[in-house]
Design a protein around this ligand. Structure first.
Ligand code: NIG
Ligand code: FE
Length: 414
């Protein structure tokens, strides 16, 4: 018996394929490929064909495809991609909200021993199974919102054993959710307060005792660092990134969140992405635009901290590639609503629908080095978000309130 399964789904009012768009620079809505009265023929976990539903129908019938007839109006988008999260954590930092609003800034809270270190303490106390459970729960909430691929960072362990615990938890969580979790090692989040030795000694320990295990156990192929006054300086991180690169890891950077410096490091190391960039000036914007590094805006962190948005408009106009992530984490971005945040960034930064949607689909896929998703096209994964509307523009216009009614991951409704 053949194990091939075909499914025809449609007719959609619109399928927005996000195909054949440039990776870099400004986009206008006229560049979007929108197929009306569309059908998607799925073969196992992949898209086989996309076109007019009634044109695909006879072939679908002749090959015995299951026909999923959509009743009502639906718009299909590629499954959304969140290219930056910290959803593997325990505890809450609810008290930070009041503290920040009373005038104590994020970096001050961190200096006083709160902030990231607070979450490190709570995450270390949690058993691995608890972290798995929390990560799966948050992933499934994202999945319901149409987000089928989610990057997840470590960075609340900050010791050899605790970083490995987090990354193993993310690996197990990945097997327990339909979403694809893409792990990143963020052992260089902040210098751990309890490490006996210098910051460079700590980074050396991570290179020697964590990196080989990441490869042996296939725990992550991405290395991130937070470059900031209260975290790691560009000088501290040189040999860390150099060794990560030599071992074949992709580099990504928490850059220019409060002070500049990080994006220069990202570009120097040929990082796949530079994320945050709220403090980037024209100089850093130009630098990123001239590079192959994808700029990642994290509007959830701007909302969480009450600071300026990443200069997305300028980045795009200068020719940079712009992805948008939620940064979902217990400190700066506890909301975790990617579509809402991306739509609001669009409002403040005057982005086209195409730019917002590309930022959470194909350009986010590129920020994760994934070329099998982020667009709806033959041969790519059948990851599809179905929104109950007759006009794709409703999705950003309603600023995240319009949720998908159905979500397909690898061709299966989840
Ligand atoms: O991307 N800026 C550094 N790291 C995270 C926040 C982590 C936290 O506050 O727990 C961020 O915003
Ligand atoms: Fe982050």
């Amino acid at each position: 018996m053949s194990t091939i399964k075909h499914t025809l789904i449609g007719p959609f009012r619109q399928v927005v394929t996000m195909a054949r768009l440039p990776l870099k620079g400004a986009l206008n809505d006229e560049q979007l490929e929108i197929i009306s009265e569309a059908g998607i023929l799925i073969k196992n976990d992949r898209i086989h064909q996309i076109g007019n539903y009634w044109d695909l129908y006879p072939e679908a019938q002749s090959i015995g495809a299951e026909i999923v007839n959509l009743k009502g109006d639906f718009v299909a988008l590629p499954g959304l991609i969140d290219c930056h999260t910290h959803i593997c954590f325990a505890g809450s930092r609810a008290k930070d909200y009041a503290m920040r609003n009373a005038g104590k800034p994020y970096l001050e809270i961190a200096k006083a021993g709160g902030g990231i270190w607070d979450t490190v303490t709570q995450t270390r106390k949690a058993e691995m199974e608890k972290l798995v459970q929390l990560t799966v729960k948050r992933s499934n909430r994202h999945l319901k919102d149409g987000i089928t691929t989610i990057e997840v960072k470590s960075g609340y362990g900050l010791s050899v054993e605790e970083e490995l615990k987090m990354l193993r938890a993310i690996k197990v969580a990945n097997e327990s959710t339909f979403a694809d979790l893409i792990p990143t090692c963020l052992a260089a989040h902040i210098p751990p307060k309890d490490f006996q030795g210098t910051q460079r000694d700590y980074l050396k320990a991570i290179v020697e005792d964590v990196f080989p295990i990441l490869q042996a156990e296939r725990l992550a192929n991405r290395i991130d660092a937070f470059i900031e006054d209260t975290a790691f300086t560009p000088e501290d991180i040189q040999s860390y990134f150099l060794q990560a690169k030599e071992m074949g890891f992709d580099i990504t950077v928490h850059a220019d969140q409060f002070h500049t410096g990080g994006s220069q490091v990202a570009v120097n190391f040929g990082a796949i992405s530079a994320d945050h960039l709220e403090a980037s000036t024209d100089k850093e914007i130009e630098l990123l635009a001239q590079s192959g590094t994808i700029a990642v805006a994290l509007p959830g962190a701007s909302m969480g901290l009450g600071v300026a948005y990443t200069p997305a408009r300028k980045l795009l106009d200068k020719g940079a590639s712009l992805a948008i992530g939620s940064d979902w984490n217990p400190g700066s971005a506890p909301m975790g609503d990617l579509l809402m945040q991306a739509s609001v960034l669009g409002t403040f930064e005057k982005l086209s629908n195409a730019e917002v949607l590309a930022g959470i689909t194909l350009r986010a896929a590129a920020a994760l080095g994934l070329n099998d998703r982020g667009q709806l096209a033959p041969g790519l994964l059948a990851d599809i978000a179905l929104f109950p509307t007759d006009d794709y523009r409703e999705i950003t216009y309603q600023q995240g309130r319009l949720k998908p009614l159905k979500v397909l991951k690898n061709g299966v409704e989840v």
